[in-house]
Write a protein that binds this ligand. Structure first.
Ligand SMILES: [Zn+2]
Length: 689
C-alpha cells in the first residue's frame, strides 16, 4: 500500500498513465489466447445507453448500460475497463502460478514463481509465524545506543527495502541522462500525501484519527498495552507531521527543477551532519558516492534538525512502525486485516479484502514481476499484436509531426527541436528484449515474509548496482502483464506492456476507428507526455534542458493556464474540485492524444478504406465512443476523494468529456449544435498540440 522501495523516481518523473497503484497489480491473456470475455470489435455497442444525448451526456451515452450492469466488486475501490482486463489477467496468472507451484520444474522462472506463490498461499505457516518475521529488524532497532547507530540502522533498513525517513535510489542524472547518480528524496510518511497531516477539514481529521487508531492496533498486535500503544502512535504521528511540513506538495513536485540539487559528500557535510551522511553511504556500501542529487534540501534540513532533537526512544518507535507497516500485508491475518481496514476501507472505500491468491500475485508482480512476465508472454502474447500496434504508433508519430508543423503559435526554430525530440523517442511494445536476471534472488517454500524481505533487498541492490554502469536502455519500469503504459522523459521512451494490448482496449482485428479511439488515443497520450508541461522541459537525449525560445515558452504556458482553468471548474464530489495544476500534464496528454489519434485514423482510412457505417455509426463517431468506453468506470466516494487529492490523472469521466469540449470534430461528428454543443467558445477553448 505504501510507495514501495524507492519513493523518489518513478512517481515523480516517469508518467504512468492509468490507475493509482493502490489496488492490485494488473495482468492478462492477449490476442492469441482469445479470452472468453473478449469482444473482437473493441467498440462495445451493447454497453451504450442510446437514450442519453451524446451531445450533453456523452459519458452516459457511450457507457450507460455498462455502468448499470457492472457494480463495483466488493474487493475493489473502482471498476473500469482497465480493471476488467486486470481481473481477467489475474485469472491467467493464477493458472501460471498454480502450475509452477505444482510442477517443481527445474526452470529458473518456474521455480521462482512457483516457490513464491506456494509460500504466499501457505496460510497455516503465515499464521503460525505471526509477527515473528519482524524480530530480526526489531533486534537491530532495539540495539541502537546513539545517533550514529540510528543512522546505521536506517541505512540497513533501506538495504532491506524498508524506507524510513527519506527515499534513496540510484537513477539517471536529470541534467546528464547518460549517467546514474545516487538520489536522496523526501519520504517517510504513512499517509498518502503531506496534505493529509496538515489539512483541517472534517474528512481529513477523521482520516488522521483512523490512522492513529490503525497505528495503535499494530502496536498492540506487537504486544503493547493500551496506554503504550496510544503513546507510540502519537509519537509516530508527531514525527511524520514534522516530515510532512518540510515536504514539497504534489504540485511542487511536478517541477523537475524543484527536485534537482546536485552536490556530493563534501557538499552535504558543509550543509550539516557530516558523520550522518558518510556513515549512511558506508553502510549501504557506497564508499564513494560521487556527485549525487539531494532532491529536496529543505526536507533534509528538517531531517538534520530532527536527528538532533528527537529522543532516541521516539526514533526507535518510528522505525518499528515503519518496519511493521511496510511488512503488515505479509504477516498473519490480524496484521493484514488491520492494514486493509485503514488503507483499503478508510482511504479507498473498498468493502472486502481481496482473496489471498490475488494479493500474492500482486506482490509477485511487484517484487519479481518479470519472472512472472516471462511465463505470461510465452503463453499469451503473439507477434501479430506487436506488429499491429507498431503500425498504429508509426501513424500516430506521423500525425504528431504534422500537428507540430501546423501549430500557429510555435516558431520554426522551436519546431525543429520538437521534431528532433519526436524522432528520438524510443518505443517499447509487449515485453523487454532482455529479461531481468533473478539468479541471485533466493525464493523458497519457507517463510513468505522472509521471501518478501529477500526480494526487497534484491531490488535495493539491483538499483544500487547501477552506479558507475552505462544506462540500461533495455530496462522496463512496468511488468509485461501490467494493464497500463508510460512515458519516461529521462529515457525519452514510451512503453506499452502486453497487458494493455487486449480487448476491450485493443484487438488486432478490430475496426480501426475503435482501435484508434481506444489504444490509439493511449499511444497519442504517451507521446504527448514528451511535450506536456513537464515532459517538454526535457530534450531529445532526456536531459532537463530547455530547447524553447522564450516567446514560444510563454505562449505554451498561456495554453497550460487555460487547461488548468478548465479542470479547476470541475467538482466531482463534496466541495472538492479537480486540481488543475496537479493534473495539467495528464490533461494535456489526454487532449493531445485524442487529437493526433483522430488525425492518424483519418490517414489510415485513406490508405485502408473501411465501411462508412458500422452499427449505424460513422468512423469519427466510433472513434469518440471507443475513447469514452476505454475510460468507462465507477468509483467509490472514498477513492474519488483520494484520487482528487493525490492522483495526477483526472477522474475518468472528466478525461472523456473535457477533451470533447475543446474538439470541434466531436460536435461535428454528433451534429451537436447551439446550446447542445459542449464546445467551449473563444479563448476558453484549449488547443495545445
Ligand atoms: Zn499519462
Amino acid at each position: 500500500m505504501k510507495t514501495p522501495l524507492l519513493s523518489l523516481k518513478r512517481s515523480a518523473l516517469a508518467v504512468a498513465c492509468g490507475l493509482l497503484s493502490l489496488s492490485a497489480a494488473a495482468q492478462s491473456p492477449a490476442q492469441n489466447a482469445t479470452p472468453a470475455a473478449s469482444n473482437a470489435f473493441v467498440l462495445e455497442a451493447h454497453t451504450m445507453d442510446l437514450k442519453a444525448d451524446p451531445c450533453t451526456s456523452f459519458f452516459e451515452y457511450a457507457n450507460g448500460l455498462w455502468l448499470k450492469n457492472n457494480p463495483i466488486p466488493a474487493d475493489r475501490s473502482r471498476y473500469s475497463a482497465y480493471d476488467e482486463v486486470t481481473e481477467r489477467n489475474l485469472l491467467a496468472l493464477k493458472e501460471i502460478a498454480e502450475l509452477a507451484a505444482a510442477s517443481q520444474s527445474p526452470d529458473a522462472q518456474q521455480r521462482l514463481v512457483g516457490n513464491f506463490y506456494a509460500s504466499g498461499m501457505d496460510e497455516a505457516r503465515i499464521e503460525r509465524e505471526g509477527a515473528q518475521p519482524l524480530q530480526a529488524q526489531f533486534k537491530l532497532i532495539d540495539a541502537i545506543s546513539d545517533k550514529a547507530g540510528l543512522i546505521r540502522v536506517i541505512a540497513q533498513l533501506h538495504q532491506q527495502g524498508v524506507m524510513p525517513l527519506f527515499g534513496f535510489s540510484v537513477d539517471q542524472d536529470l541534467k546528464d541522462s547518460k549517467r546514474y547518480i545516487p538520489q536522496l528524496g523526501q519520504g517517510g510518511l504513512g499517509l498518502p500525501d503531506r496534505d493529509y497531516y496538515l489539512k483541517n477539514d472534517a474528512k481529513t481529521k477523521e482520516i488522521r484519527a483512523q490512522y492513529l487508531a490503525y497505528m495503535k492496533q499494530i502496536f498492540s498486535l506487537l504486544g503493547e498495552d493500551a496506554a503504550q500503544s496510544a503513546q507510540h502512535a502519537a509519537q509516530v504521528m508527531a514525527l511524520e507531521t514534522r516530515l510532512a511540513k518540510a515536504s514539497l506538495t504534489k504540485v511542487e513536485l511536478r517541477d523537475p527543477a524543484a527536485s534537482y540539487h546536485l552536490t556530493d559528500l563534501d557538499g552535504l557535510q558543509k550543509q550539516g551532519k557530516s558523520a550522518y551522511w558518510s556513515s549512511y553511504f558506508q553502510t549501504i556500501g557506497l564508499q564513494q558516492p560521487g556527485q549525487l542529487n539531494l532532491a529536496h534540501p529543505k526536507f533534509f534540513s528538517e531531517v538534520d534538525k530532527m536527528l538532533d532533537a528527537v529522543p532516541l526512544a521516539q526514533w526507535k518507535t518510528y522505525l518499528k512502525w515503519e518496519v511493521a507497516n511496510s511488512r503488515a500485508n505479509f504477516l498473519s491475518q490480524a496484521f493484514v486485516n488491520a492494514n486493509f481496514d485503514f488503507y483499503g476501507k478508510t482511504l479507498a472505500g473498498t468493502k472486502e479484502l481481496q482473496p489471498r491468491w490475488k494479493r500474492v500475485l500482486a506482490n509477485i508482480d511487484a517484487q519479481a514481476g518479470e519472472a512472472l512476465g516471462q511465463l505470461y508472454v510465452a503463453k499469451f502474447f503473439g507477434p501479430e499484436a506487436k506488429a499491429g500496434v507498431q503500425d498504429m504508433v508509426r501513424n500516430i508519430q506521423t500525425a504528431m509531426r504534422d500537428s507540430i508543423g501546423k501549430l500557429e503559435w510555435m516558431s520554426e526554430q522551436t519546431k525543429q527541436q520538437a521534431y528532433k525530440k519526436l524522432d528520438s523517442i524510443v518505443v517499447k511494445i509487449g515485453y523487454p528484449d532482455v529479461w531481468r536476471d533473478y539468479s541471485s534472488l533466493q525464493i523458497d517454500r519457507g517463510s513468505y515474509a522472509d521471501n518478501v524481505a529477500r526480494a526487497s533487498a534484491f531490488e535495493f541492490q539491483r538499483v544500487l548496482s547501477r552506479l558507475g554502469k552505462p544506462i540500461d536502455r533495455n530496462e522496463w519500469g512496468m511488468t509485461p502483464q501490467t494493464v497500463n503504459a508510460y512515458y519516461n522523459p529521462t529515457m525519452n521512451e514510451m512503453v506499452f506492456p502486453a497487458g494493455i494490448l487486449q480487448p476491450p482496449l485493443y484487438h488486432v482485428q478490430a475496426d480501426p476507428a475503435a482501435n484508434y479511439g481506444n489504444t490509439g488515443a493511449t499511444i497519442g497520450h504517451e507521446l504527448t507526455h514528451a511535450f506536456d508541461d513537464e515532459g517538454r522541459q526535457f530534450d531529445a537525449a532526456g536531459n532537463l534542458k530547455s530547447w524553447w525560445t522564450a516567446q514560444d515558452e510563454k505562449k505554451f504556458l498561456t495554453r497550460v493556464k487555460a487547461i488548468e482553468t478548465q479542470f479547476n471548474e470541475f467538482n466531482p464530489i463534496d466541495k472538492l474540485h479537480i486540481n488543475g495544476k496537479l493534473t495539467a500534464g495528464e490533461n494535456i496528454a489526454d487532449l493531445g492524444g485524442m487529437k493526433i489519434a483522430l488525425q492518424a485514423l483519418r490517414t489510415s482510412l485513406q490508405k485502408n478504406p473501411q465501411p462508412a457505417l458500422l452499427d449505424g455509426l460513422t468512423p469519427d463517431q466510433r472513434f469518440f465512443i471507443a475513447n469514452a468506453q476505454s475510460f468507462r468506470s465507477a468509483i467509490r466516494d472514498e477513492m474519488l476523494r483520494l484520487k482528487i487529492a493525490t492522483d495526477p490523472h483526472s477522474p475518468d469521466k472528466y478525461r472523456v468529456i473535457a477533451p470533447l469540449a475543446n474538439m470541434p470534430e466531436f460536435s461535428s461528428a454528433f451534429n451537436c449544435q447551439g446550446e447542445r454543443s459542449p464546445l467551449r467558445q473563444g479563448a476558453k477553448r484549449v488547443n495545445i498540440w
